[in-house]
Design a binder for this molecule. Sequence first.
Ligand code: FES
Length: 150
Amino acid sequence: MSQFRLHINGEVRQVDVAPDTPLLWVLRDSLDLAGTKYGCGVGACGACTVHLNGVPTRSCMTPVATVGLKKVLTIEGLDAQARHPLQQAWVELDVPQCGYCQAGQIMTAAALLKENPKPSDADIDGAMSGNLCRCATYLRIRAGIHRAAE
Ligand code: FES
């Protein structure tokens, strides 16, 4: 076990875990931030997506020892004051079906909108292609991103 100080959602949090523990499990098990989901554990589905210094990152493939001082943003910290426009659009358009992948979808979409506030369909499809949804809500996800960009 080793101690790590992590910058998570604007706060410094300390954890005592093995250095190779994936950030996903530190968030979920040590910090009670269970919005970030485990899907595949091998970087293939996007359910575990968080931002590291604004970059969408697979937390299942990120050993905690590699995080250092990078700012970690999870779905819980996406908008501390009010509902993020993506979350509002998700509600308005009833985007989720089972909902399991949606935190990862929203985190990837949030990074896209930061880079590209008015994405085209092609931009959205390109940015979101690594986030899988077994309920196939892809068209509603795309519509939700457009709504949030209005
Ligand atoms: Fe990390 Fe699937 S759980 S990419």
